[in-house]
Design a protein around this ligand. Structure first.
Ligand SMILES: Nc1ncnc2c1ncn2[C@@H]1O[C@H](COP(=O)(O)OP(=O)(O)OP(=O)(O)O)[C@@H](O)[C@H]1O
Ligand SMILES: [Mg+2]
Length: 209
């Protein structure tokens, strides 16, 4: 593979992103690909400090501060981790990326979506995923899966979660080639089958180029 492949995993908390990313990693590794798994916020040293503030800070964080913290984490992550691995030809699987900013800070917090797109472009140098999975689940299912333990972003409330879920759906409708929505109410195995079928098509297309 002369250029790496960048795949992101999106959806509301508890939709199954981490479960699927781990299964996809095993699948791709077994096929002989070199794969790295990463996440936002907080993949790197500096990012872990930012993650800790974003998810566990007990005082008030203004919406604008929250937005810049997510973007600051992303810019460091892209420059020092994602881009170098892609340039080395690896497959990078990333748990949350730019679509999370649009869904949570844009649709959820109701900040200006065009402005967020511009800020995402600055943070990433316009590096976009080749493919994005959106795992769609109802708020009730997500809450059941999450159990009682909630971080700061998971504790905002049901109205917010609903706005985020609908925002994600809009994003997938607006970007049908990149964002593939999968019904994540299905069993882990069925969601995985749907995911692998899409990845396999992309890999076939690339190897036939
Ligand atoms: N399709 C599924 N059916 C039933 N349970 C599932 C399914 N997918 C994941 N789960 C379970 O739901 C819980 C949350 O899954 P997971 O951690 O993968 O979600 P997540 O999207 O990564 O959540 P978070 O955003 O909080 O990191 C886990 O206990 C997992 O085993
Ligand atoms: Mg997770």
């Amino acid at each position: 593979m002369e250029k790496g492949l960048f795949i992101t995993f999106e959806g509301t908390d508890g939709c199954g992103k981490t479960t699927q990313i781990n299964k996809v990693k095993s699948f791709l590794t077994s096929k002989g690909y070199e794969v790295v798994v990463t996440r936002e916020p907080g993949a790197l040293d500096i990012g872990q400090k930012i993650r800790d503030i974003l998810l566990h800070h007990e005082g008030t964080i203004s919406d604008k501060c929250e937005m810049f913290l997510f973007l600051a984490d992303r810019s460091q992550h892209v420059d020092t981790f994602i881009k170098p691995y892609l340039e080395a030809g690896k497959i990078v699987l990333c748990d949350r990326y730019t679509d999370s900013t649009i869904a949570y800070q844009g649709f959820g917090r109701e900040r200006d979506i065009n402005l967020l797109k511009e800020l995402n472009d600055i943070a990433t140098g316009k590096l976009m995923p080749d493919l994005t999975f959106l795992y769609d689940v109802s708020i009730e299912t997500a809450q059941k899966r999450l159990g009682d333990e909630r971080d700061r972003m998971e504790s905002i409330g049901t109205d917010f979660d609903l706005k985020v879920r609908n925002g994600y759906k809009r994003l997938s409708e607006e970007n049908p080639d990149r964002i593939k929505m999968i019904n994540a109410e299905q069993s882990i195995e069925k969601v995985y089958e749907d995911t692998i079928s899409i990845i396999s098509k992309l890999l076939d297309k690339r190897s036939n180029k």
